[in-house]
Design a protein around this ligand. Structure first.
Ligand SMILES: NC(=O)c1ccc[n+]([C@@H]2O[C@H](COP(=O)([O-])OP(=O)(O)OC[C@H]3O[C@@H](n4cnc5c(N)ncnc54)[C@H](O)[C@@H]3O)[C@@H](O)[C@H]2O)c1
Ligand SMILES: [Zn+2]
Length: 358
């Protein structure tokens, strides 16, 4: 098992990464200082696979466990699910020292994290991410929240976990499409910060997709370290943290325009990254060779690069303007200044439209 650290003063926490950590949840929660009572928040899909081993591990370490199930799917990252979680915490008499354990993908992590942030004005929680996306992205950094019917993630809080337990073994049951979507975020870290990670992916992608443990750990560790360093610099996304939005301005707009039904988040981000890289070349920031490498790697990972022909570009750009990062008519873009480097850039809707059409 390796241990990475997110250093945020008294809110610092470890990220444990290795095999079989699900069965070591009890011992690791003890280490994190969790009290006697633990609420495991999960969904039926993940519960069927991993709830038993987690419950047994917690019981072995003397914890009292309450399991809290939320229906599977983004639509259940809602105030309604949150309210149902509170009901169960009240019923089971959870106290300030009681702890929540988020067992699932980003939906469960965001929801359980926000429940922990708000119940009794904040109780400790631990992330046990079970999708690649959650392992390299959502479980680290303390963004928690739920969706509002008018928009995603409109209600939430920055609230850091006490620990993150990443068990690479759980990725064996993850549907391939979800795995590839998570991989898009790993590719993103390579593009924005880590040319060596990008080269590793280029060289060993097949092995990684065959779920080679050592490689998975290496890629996840590299990704989490980058996320941790970015969060340490700018925990509340006042400025620098938005570097993590590379590919997301276009990606989010594509997701919104297709009513969150056509693409998984990572798929939309893959297109967003390919397009942002092309815009970067157009702006004279990025060389054509890097652009070629980015497109080739995304495609090799079985992810899309092109905006589907039935998408109306002006409508797509309009969606970007309503994104919360828009200001003064121009849209803030994270552009690529060669693999491993980024630059922020403000672009007008006309400039984006011209580049996307090119
Ligand atoms: N907090 C953050 O910083 C942050 C960052 C990125 C994304 N997010 C949020 O994360 C969410 C998306 O997360 P996601 O992509 O993990 O989706 P998800 O949580 O919906 O999980 C995807 C699917 O995989 C299933 N699943 C999970 N683990 C499994 C396993 N090991 N084996 C088999 N099936 C498994 C789930 O039940 C679900 O059906 C979005 O709500 C997004 O807003 C948050
Ligand atoms: Zn993302």
């Amino acid at each position: 098992m390796r241990t990475l650290k997110v250093s945020l003063g008294d809110r610092s926490y470890p990220i444990y990464l290795g095999e079989g950590l699900v069965s070591r949840a009890g011992e690791l929660l003890r280490k994190a200082g969790c009290g006697e009572q633990v609420g495991v928040v999960t969904n039926p899909t993940v519960a069927g696979l991993y709830l038993n081993p987690v419950q047994e591990a917690l019981a072995r370490s003397g914890f009292r466990v309450t399991s809290i199930l939320v229906a599977d799917g983004e639509g259940h990252k809602s105030l309604k699910s949150l309210s149902a979680i509170y009901d169960q915490l009240v019923k089971a008499r959870f106290e300030r020292s009681s702890c929540l354990l988020a067992l699932g993908g980003g939906v469960i992590g965001d929801l359980a994290g926000f429940a922990a942030a708000t119940f009794l004005r904040g109780i400790p929680y631990v992330q046990v991410p079970t999708t690649l996306l959650a392992q390299v992205d959502s479980s680290v950094g303390g963004k928690t929240g739920v969706n509002h019917r008018e928009g995603k993630n409109l209600i939430g809080a920055f609230y850091q976990p006490k620990a993150v337990l990443i068990d690479v073994e759980v990725l064996r049951t993850l549907p391939r499409r979800e795995l590839l979507a998570g991989l898009a975020e790993v590719i993103k870290y390579g593009i924005i910060e880590d040319a060596a990670l990008f080269a590793l992916l280029e060289e060993k992608l097949e092995k990684l997709l065959a779920l080679d443990r050592g490689l998975l750990e290496e890629a996840i560790a590299a990704s989490c370290s980058i996320k941790a360093r970015v969060v340490e610099k700018d925990e509340r996304e006042e400025d620098y943290r938005s570097v993590l939005n590379f590919g997301h301005t276009i990606g989010h707009a594509l997701e919104a325009l297709t009513a969150y039904e056509k693409f998984l988040h990572g798929e939309a981000v893959a297109i967003g990254m390919a397009q942002a890289a092309a815009i970067s070349v157009g702006q004279g920031l990025c060389d054509a060779e890097s652009l070629g490498r980015i497109h080739r790697l995304i495609k090799k990972a079985g992810l899309p690069t092109a905006i589907p022909s039935n998408i109306n570009t002006p409508e797509l750009v309009k969606k970007m303007e309503v994104d919360k990062k828009a200001a003064g008519g121009k849209i803030k873009f994270v552009l690529c200044a060669g693999i491993g480097k980024t630059q922020f850039c403000w672009l007008s809707p006309q400039e984006i439209m011209a580049r996307l059409a090119a």
